[in-house]
Design a protein around this ligand. Sequence first.
Ligand code: ZN
Length: 79
Amino acid sequence: MKVRKKTLDVLHSDDLEQFLINMEIYENFKNEKILCNYCNVPINFDNVCALTFRKESIIFICDKESCHKTFLRLQKGEE
Ligand SMILES: [Zn+2]
């Protein structure tokens, strides 16, 4: 069995902001300390595409086409 992943595909910035506050990572997010899991660009409200949970951590994916494609492929389990 693979690690179970939950995904929020559609992120509205209001919801995202509240989510980040709840997860206590809002400060990191605002300070651009949260990076895309694939290309390491800082994630912000303009370029965030998706996020997923892996074990204890949250993984963010930017809106670059290559990152999004990689993300979708992994979601389908073709790892
Ligand atoms: Zn990226």
